[in-house]
Design a protein around this ligand. Structure first.
Ligand SMILES: [Cu+2]
Length: 146
């Protein structure tokens, strides 16, 4: 019983601290005109930091759970950070290289409710095929999370 109590308090401590502080993950711009993590899975309240480790890139959100409140486009070669407060899928691109498929997908809270909206975003043919690949990766990751 004492052990069970201990386990429960550790779990609740973890859940509580996660809810209060959130986690932070880092994604770098790479020399291959790509993001070091193409599909990121985070919880609501978590933060992503983008590191300008290679020149000529940025982060421009194309879609999310609420298209009216997308994060602002970042400047080229700038450090950038976004905290994700709404569950769902977010798609972003590098403004200069988006048409070449420099895209990133963020899955917040393992929630795919707005998948259709994300799939309907207008993209170049190449970027569309990259998006389909990222969605497949996200879906298979999500099965192992659940
Ligand atoms: Cu780029």
């Amino acid at each position: 019983m004492y052990l069970l109590y201990n386990i429960l308090s550790v779990i609740s401590l973890f859940v509580f601290s996660n809810a209060v502080y959130g986690k932070t993950i880092q994604i770098a711009f790479t020399e291959y005109d790509s993001y070091s993590i193409e599909v990121a899975h985070v919880d609501v309240g978590d933060t992503i930091e983008w590191l300008p480790k290679n020149e000529g890139h940025n982060v421009e959100f194309l879609g999310g759970p609420n298209f009216n409140t997308l994060p602002e486009k970042s400047k080229l070669n700038a450090f950038y950070t976004v905290t994700f407060d709404l569950p769902g899928l977010y798609l972003y691109q590098c403004t200069p290289h988006g048409h070449m498929g420099m895209l990133g997908l963020v899955v917040v809270g393992n929630d795919f409710h707005n998948l259709k909206d994300i799939e309907e975003i207008e993209l170049s043919r190449l970027a569309k095929s990259v998006l389909q690949r990222l969605i497949r990766i996200a879906q298979s990751n999500s099965l192992s999370i659940e």
